[in-house]
Design a protein around this ligand. Structure first.
Ligand SMILES: [Zn+2]
Length: 171
């Protein structure tokens, strides 16, 4: 019986995490839409089925929850119960993410990753500032960049992994 309860609790946890990811995604979509950017959502034909695709800019924006996608930041805290289950689950996500980043890159698409901690919590960036960063990146030619609470920084395919919590990328 105890195990059934755990399974149910685990499902609840996962749903909670996923719906939080969805709410920051909606926040970003709103900012883009009001600024006049037009996009497509969850395009299945692109690697990793990215959250937001802006065909006119050949750009993809991916909004990553810090726990679910293993950000190397204070918001990445594995649950105290079933820690190994979670670690493996998130390791799988990270593996998939890194593959998609490389595949998008190969297709010549630009990618911006926005981490949850940039948009949620006490130290979050305000919407106006986030809009400026989005605007700046979209009108640039930078291939790969990310937004965290330090703001916008460009990165390379090789350096991309350094944003991930090291415990998730060791083999
Ligand atoms: Zn984070």
């Amino acid at each position: 019986m105890a195990d059934v309860h755990n399974t149910e609790q685990r499902r609840k946890n996962m749903r909670a995490i996923k719906s939080r990811d969805t709410s920051i995604e909606i926040q970003v979509r709103r900012i883009l839409w009001h600024a006049g950017y037009r996009y497509r959502l969850n395009v299945k034909a692109l690697p990793g089925k990215p959250d937001i695709y802006l065909p006119k800019y050949r750009a993809v924006i991916q909004i990553n929850g810090c726990l679910w996608h293993g950000h190397n930041c204070p918001q990445f805290v594995l649950p105290k119960t079933r820690t190994e289950f979670w670690r493996n689950k998130i390791k799988d996500n990270v593996r998939r993410d890194l593959k998609s980043v490389a595949a998008l890159h190969d297709k010549g698409l630009r990618l911006l990753v926005i981490w949850e901690c940039a948009l949620q919590g006490k130290a979050r960036l305000d919407n106006r500032y986030t809009y400026n960063l989005l605007n700046r990146w979209l009108s640039s030619t930078e291939l790969l960049a990310n937004i965290d609470k330090q703001g916008l920084s460009s990165t390379t395919l090789y350096e991309f992994k350094s944003q991930i919590n090291p415990s998730l990328t060791e083999s």
